[in-house]
Write a new protein. Structure first.
Length: 144
């Protein structure tokens, strides 16, 4: 289960929110006990799970929420593709059947993990932009 973060403020009501990180955020008046807050959360369990599922569903399509590892689902033009990451000196992305092959220049050393992740996001973002420009160009040529 994710974290429950309680913040006490000078307010009258209790507010429960589920944010993008899937944690439960509770804002409550200073006089309310933690026991009461946890009981309230238990009573609202169905609503909280519904919100979490909704956020998870939205995160499916959000690249920034993915780890970009082998087997991740990547969406392109409404279709779902499996991501296959391959180590290569020349960086490129190729779609073949139901697989997106990402050729990326990654370092095996652990101290480069963040750099590798940023490199993959940048490569995918650049590729999406290039593909969008190609599509827009094609669409504009068809209109004229």
């Amino acid at each position: 289960m994710n974290k429950i973060i309680i913040e006490y403020k000078k307010i009258k009501n209790i507010y429960i929110r589920v944010k993008q990180d899937l944690n439960i955020y509770v804002t409550a008046p200073k006089r309310v006990s933690k026991k009461y807050i946890y009981e309230l959360i238990a009573n609202r369990k169905d609503w909280i799970e519904e919100k979490r599922e909704s956020i998870k569903k939205k995160n499916l399509y959000d690249i920034s929420k993915k780890e970009l590892i082998d087997g991740d689902k990547i969406y392109y033009l409404g279709k779902c593709y499996d991501l296959n990451i391959l180590k290569s000196k020349k960086e490129n992305i190729i779609i073949n059947a139901k697989i997106i092959y990402m050729y990326v220049n990654i370092k095996e050393d652990e101290k480069f993990i963040d750099a590798n992740s940023k490199r993959k996001y940048k490569l995918l973002e650049t590729w999406y932009k290039e593909e969008a420009l190609k599509l827009f160009d094609t669409l504009l040529k068809n209109i004229v």
